[in-house]
Design a protein around this ligand. Structure first.
Ligand code: ATP
Ligand code: MG
Length: 327
């Protein structure tokens, strides 16, 4: 239920942020870096909205502008019906922010003291503070360890404490910047479950991620950002339509060289290529409208490599994403 005057939780209109970076020691020159060029989107109340894009696409900068941590160079935005330029305090009181990494926790003290500090910072009334901290730590499964120093926590526990910190002011809207980055698969999964729980509680969430399967399982809609611009915005199913007429040819092999990968990229039947190497196995993925007809070309290009397996697969959100952010 909308609690504020606007019927959208977020309205971003043509947000732009240019940083002027000073370079050189003697002859100092200012170089403008366009971090966000033109970003517009709307997020509904109760929605879990994803923002995805390659490194440096402008995701964090967008979050920072929406959370009033950075003033845009141009553009407008309303968050919970409040103007990001005029209503800074009102927005800050009502949102939660969880930025990635380990910043922002005091590891020498325990979880309760950490949360008390942030509760006071956010102006949480003392009358509700300690009960809320207890509830949050129980919700995050940290209550048993609440009195231990944070430096003794595992990575996953720290991440959950980060989430608890982002919820300390009982925000209507939560910004999660890559909440699962660098976490073990098990802990990442746990974190995703927490995020789902939060939406069930009626929270609105804007989440950034590098992992397309994560966006696929969590988000109702996803904005794909490339070079500071939204290049696609749709439901995960809608985004997959970009690769509807495509097959993914997945080749497992060894000894595949960059030169060969580039030969695939040059084929006019090939729309996108990605490759991964883990241990002594390489996995090459080729997007093509051709399907199995391309296999003879694959065998020809890779005649000097060892091929273990070739599979033709249905495209995933990852493939749609690759197509959108490449080129
Ligand atoms: N304070 C800053 N000063 C100068 N340039 C910056 C600053 N913050 C970000 N940038 C630049 O702006 C661009 C966008 O950065 P941003 O951190 O928003 O990207 P991102 O999409 O969050 O990337 P990642 O996936 O790596 O987190 C990058 O080129 C980055 O180097
Ligand atoms: Mg970022």
């Amino acid at each position: 239920m909308p609690k504020s005057s606007s019927d959208k939780a977020i309205i971003a209109e043509h947000l732009c942020k240019v940083f002027n970076v000073t370079k050189g020691v003697f002859r100092r020159t200012k170089t403008p870096i366009v971090a966000v060029k033109d970003v517009s989107f709307e997020v509904d109340y109760g929605e879990l909205f994803g923002v995805v894009g390659p490194n440096g696409a402008g995701k964090t900068t967008t979050i920072k502008m929406l959370t009033t941590m950075l003033i845009p160079t141009s553009g407008q935005a309303k968050v919970l019906g409040y103007d990001i330029y005029k209503d800074v305090q009102k927005i800050r009181e009502r949102i939660g922010i969880v930025l990635g990494g380990e910043r922002g926790l005091y590891t020498r003290v325990n979880a309760i003291d950490n949360l008390r500090y942030f509760a006071d910072l956010y102006g949480v009334p003392v009358s509700v503070r300690d009960k809320r901290i207890e509830d949050l730590l129980k919700f995050m499964g940290l209550w048993e360890r609440a009195k231990d120093r944070v430096e003794t926590y595992s990575k996953g526990m720290k991440q959950r404490l980060h989430l608890a910190r982002g919820l300390i002011n009982d925000p209507e809207l939560i910004f999660l910047d890559e909440p699962t980055v660098g976490l073990d698969p098990e802990i990442a999964k746990e974190t995703r479950e927490m995020v789902k729980e939060l939406t069930k509680m009626g929270k609105t969430i804007l989440l950034t991620t590098h992992y397309m399967f994560e966006a696929d399982v969590l988000c109702r809609r996803v904005a794909v950002i490339r070079n500071g611009e939204v290049v696609a915005l749709d439901t995960p199913a809608g985004l997959k339509k970009y690769v509807r007429d495509t097959s993914i040819v997945e080749i497992e092999g060894f000894g595949i060289t960059e030169k060969e990968v580039n030969r695939f990229k040059q084929l006019k039947e090939v729309l996108a290529v990605s490759w991964d190497q883990s241990g002594n196995k390489q996995v090459l993925k080729i997007q093509t409208p051709m399907g199995s007809e391309i296999i003879s070309q694959v065998q020809d290009i890779l005649k000097n490599s060892r091929i273990y397996n070739i599979k033709i697969k249905e495209p995933t959100l990852e493939d749609a994403y690759l197509r959108l952010v490449e080129g």
